[in-house]
Design a protein around this ligand. Structure first.
Ligand code: PBG
Ligand code: ZN
Length: 378
């Protein structure tokens, strides 16, 4: 049989069988075509004559592994990947998160030993999430988010020093740091105070950028925060060395559960539906994308990824001059692991298929918990 180009470890047994069948079938028909072609001119799709219909003949375009790769507009490469990591304020801890397979929450002392081998394998970028665990570290304003001795700012400094080539993104939000677990500052009635939230979130973004983060990525979904952050970065004279990546089309839903276990950021009451987008809202997502482009975002992100490929495609269309990122979120990652564990599919095959779909939709950057695996697989 011909080389399908897929390492057998990536190819489920059923696929191997069907490709053998295909090859047998096509070599049989090839042989009979030749004999038939010599005896009479056929109009059958697989036996075209020079005057026949040829638009049905596609196999030639992807019969070889290299030709199959050429069908993709873009290939997954290591530099497209951003790895999300959770850094707690308990310096020596390293705790597996049960709902987020193989992922840990780590204290700062565990960071370098964990990342060193990944950097050697080609890790290019991380996204930092701070997790305050110490009692009393949360309040209504999320004061600890930009604590100079907090896990995010300490990690930025450490990573800049130890891995000068590593591109450091920081998620900017308040939900990990507020007692109520919402992504902004609340009014008496429990609704978001957008103005105060934006003031606070832009201060946090500033602090991360000033500490050396290459990229600040606000995930709070308050209105107008991109403009506020951009203005503060300009005002502080650091906008030229800080990339502003907006979680623009961030949808509400049940796919963030494992993340909230990892980050301890589940809302104490209510939900996030008044600031995260309604999953059926394609139009509102387009408006959010356009708004954030106009407010000065350097990269637009769509999240979750797999259920919102149409929105990724819209983002590419609306933001044709910007890089588009997609976040394959904790729930998507956990689902893929669960499916593989249940024998529904092979983990590696699905990790590739899901990522390739995200690229096909228009993203060129993927925030992915599969990053360590891809560093081995690619
Ligand atoms: C913080 C934030 C969340 C995620 C990224 N930044 C959680 C949320 O909004 O509830 C989700 C990432 C994931 O699920 O992997 N606002
Ligand atoms: Zn949040």
């Amino acid at each position: 049989m011909r080389d399908t180009g897929i390492p057998s470890s990536r190819r489920p047994a059923s696929d191997v069988a069907s490709s053998i069948m295909d090859d047998r079938a096509s070599s049989v028909s090839r042989a009979s075509n030749i004999s038939r072609a010599m005896s009479y001119a056929s109009t059958a799709a697989t036996t075209v004559s020079i005057s026949g219909e040829i638009s049905s003949q596609l196999h030639g375009g992807y019969h070889h592994p290299l030709a199959r790769q050429w069908q993709a507009e873009r290939q997954l490469t290591k530099d497209m990947l951003i790895y999300p990591i959770f850094v707690s304020d308990i310096d020596d801890e390293e705790v597996l998160i049960p709902s987020l397979p193989n992922q840990c929450r780590r204290g700062i002392n565990r960071l370098i030993p964990f990342l060193e081998p990944l950097v050697h394998k080609g890790l290019k970028s991380v996204m930092l999430f701070g997790v305050p665990m110490k009692p009393g570290s949360k309040d209504a304003l999320g004061t600890s988010a930009d604590d100079p001795e907090g896990p995010v700012i300490k990690s930025i400094r450490l990573l800049r020093q130890r891995f000068p080539q590593l591109f450091i993104c920081t998620d900017v939000c308040l939900c990990e740091y507020t007692t109520h677990g919402h992504c902004g500052i609340l009014r008496e009635d429990g609704t978001l105070n957008n103005q105060l939230s934006v003031d606070r979130i832009s201060d946090v973004a500033m602090a991360y950028a000033a500490a050396g983060a290459h990229c600040v990525a606000p995930s709070d979904m308050n209105d107008g925060r991109i403009r506020a952050i951009k203005l503060k970065l300009i005002d502080q004279g650091i906008s030229h060395k800080t990339l502003l990546m907006s979680y623009s089309a961030k949808f509400s839903g049940c796919l963030y559960g494992p993340f909230r276990d990892a980050a301890g950021s589940a809302p104490a009451f209510g939900d996030r539906r008044c600031y995260q987008l309604p999953p059926s809202g394609r139009g509102i997502a387009r408006r959010a994308i356009v708004r954030d482009i106009n407010e000065g975002a350097d990269i637009i992100m769509v999240k979750p990824a797999g259920q919102f490929l149409d929105v990724i495609s819209d983002a590419k269309d609306l933001g044709r001059d910007l890089p588009i990122a997609a976040y394959q979120v904790s729930g998507e990652f956990a689902m893929i692991h669960a499916g593989a564990k249940a024998g529904v599919f092979d983990l590696k095959s699905m990790a590739f298929e899901s990522s390739e779909s995200i690229l096909r939709a228009g993203a060129t950057i993927i925030v992915s918990y599969f990053t360590p695996e891809f560093l081995d697989w690619l």
